[in-house]
Design a binder for this molecule. Structure first.
Ligand code: TGC
Ligand code: FAD
Length: 427
């Protein structure tokens, strides 16, 4: 639970959101009130279904996840039951059609990530990998058999997945990966995977590991579904990476494969090259764009509540000082702009009109602005920012990771730069 250590200078955002608005509102019959929680009225762009889904997700996250996060973060203790709870509520693979998935809009799926990330980016990470990267990939590229076998159980959160693209020597440049898939020396209809993946969310607890590897015949990247239960001892190891200084409420590990057998039937049949993993990443990057707005909004709510209660100099609340107000104004503006941009791209995505560059733009901008604002808002807490009970430091550490994974922000700048100039800057 959120319990301030020194003085009651802040409360969970659910209790403090509405305080103080009436005193400064210009509302009248002819003038609507300014709502600092939704300054540009993004809610007016949502359908009734989307609003209901958002409310369900927010309620679950605040009532069931928030009370667990402090202990999870302190002890790097990810509770995998969270995924089955989300499954029960229909929050996993929510924008996919069929196979027990809810089939909601892209925007609705983003509102779910926003609700989860309002609590913690690590919890959102665990969900994004399951929903967007693994379920999304199987839905897009899998055979009928693969879809039937994996998706319904994954939608319930009873089977957990991870997504292995990054390697120790190849992060921003996955096209240079070294992991290979070759024919099994003795078993017909099988391949063997060799190589290592690192920084893989959920790998230590995954039942099914989506591994991207270079196929022996063509040298092209192909996707494989490795089932842990079918791997002989010593062929698959997934050690956890401990002592992280961000995203501690999620579980991260490696995937080490030593002649790891995988049936040919577990290879995606048609997709070749980086368009496979990057198609999965488009959905996950979208979820991060709206998700990080949840983390930023939580930073804003905590900071506002703290600044209204904390008093310095002539017993004034520090919220009265202009420098504090500017910090809040900057953050609230960026959260509002970021939310609107993500809703627009979500709508375009459902109409088939979104480009990968649009997703790069909102992923980069929202992650960068969330991190930058969170770092500045942290200053408002003074020394109390150092106590984990105030929650703001956890968001700052997490938001560094969101800016780094699924394409570091500078890489997204180069993706945009290439689209603007036609010139390739990566190599
Ligand atoms: P490039 O020539 O740009 O593209 C190669 C092929 O891929 C296609 N493609 C895409 N397709 C769909 N969506 C996209 N967004 C796509 N981007 C590229 C492209 O059309 C081409 O297709 P084809 O058919 O012609 O072969 O490839 P490149 O090697 O030059 O790429 C450069 C670059 C920098 C853009 C790319 O490597 C990149 O994006 N790097 C960032 C790496 C990254 O994002 N890694 C993510 C790892 S997974 C992760 O972090 C999960 S964290 C999850 C969590 O915990 O929440
Ligand atoms: P590098 O590629 O070494 O980059 C280091 C720096 O150099 C960056 O700032 C980068 O922008 C810059 N740089 C690199 N190339 C260029 C260039 N050409 N021009 C200018 N600047 C450049 N991966 C997965 O596959 N699955 C997962 O589930 C997953 N989960 C993760 C969870 C966590 C907690 C973390 C930290 C990472 C995770 N990742 C995952 C890996 C993540 O995607 C990579 O860390 C990320 O892609 C960056 O790769 P890298 O760490 O190797 O950095």
């Amino acid at each position: 639970m959120f319990r301030p250590a020194v003085r009651r200078c802040a409360r969970p955002f659910t209790t403090s959101f509405r305080q103080g608005r009436a005193a400064r509102s210009y509302a009248s019959a002819s003038h609507p009130a300014f709502d600092w929680e939704d300054p540009l009225a993004s809610k007016s762009l949502l359908t009734e279904d989307e609003l209901a889904i958002s409310e369900t997700a927010e309620r679950y996250c605040q009532e069931r996840m928030l009370p667990r996060v402090l202990e999870a973060y302190r002890n790097e203790n990810y509770d995998a039951k969270i995924l089955s709870e989300m499954g029960e509520l229909g929050l996993l693979g929510s924008n996919l059609e069929g196979y027990g998935c809810a089939g909601v809009s892209t925007v609705a799926s983003g509102l779910i990530t926003r609700a989860v990330e309002r609590v913690d980016s690590g919890y959102r990470s665990g969900m994004s990998v399951q929903s967007s990267l693994v379920m999304g990939g199987i839905h897009e590229f899998g055979t009928d058999e693969q879809k039937q076998k994996f998706l319904p159980e994954m939608a319930k959160g009873k089977m957990l997945g991870c997504f292995g693209l990054t390697e120790p020597n190849h992060g921003s440049d996955p096209g240079s990966m070294e992991t290979t898939a070759r024919p099994h020396p003795t078993k017909k209809g099988y391949l063997v995977l060799n190589g290592a993946k690192t920084w893989i969310t959920n790998s230590p607890i995954a039942d099914v590991l989506m591994v991207w590897a270079k196929f022996h015949e063509t040298g092209k990247i192909r996707g494989f579904l490795v089932e842990r239960k079918d791997c002989p001892a010593g062929t698959l190891e997934t050690p956890a990476i401990k002592n992280k200084n961000g995203l501690r409420a999620s579980i991260t590990g490696m995937i080490q494969m030593d002649n790891c057998p995988v049936p040919e039937a577990n290879m995606f049949p048609d997709v070749e090259g980086l368009s496979g993993p990057f198609t999965c990443l488009n959905s996950a990057r979208y979820g991060i764009a709206l998700g990080t707005m949840g983390a930023l909004e939580d930073c804003i709510a905590r900071t506002r509540a703290y600044a209204l209660e904390r008093r310095q100099f002539k017993n004034n609340p520090i919220a009265k000082y202009q420098l504090v107000q500017k910090k809040l104004a900057d953050a609230v503006t960026d959260a509002a702009y970021g939310t609107l941009a993500a809703i627009q791209v979500g709508r375009l995505k459902d109409e088939g009109k979104a480009t990968p560059e649009m997703i790069s733009m909102i992923k980069r901008q929202n992650c960068d602005r969330a991190l930058s604002n969170a770092r500045v808002l942290q200053e408002v807490f003074g020394g109390n920012a150092v106590s984990d009970e105030y929650g703001i430091g956890r968001h700052v550490a997490n938001l560094f990771v969101t800016q780094t994974y699924e394409g570091q922000s500078d890489i997204h700048s180069l993706i945009l730069g290439r689209a603007i100039t036609g010139l390739q800057a990566f190599v």
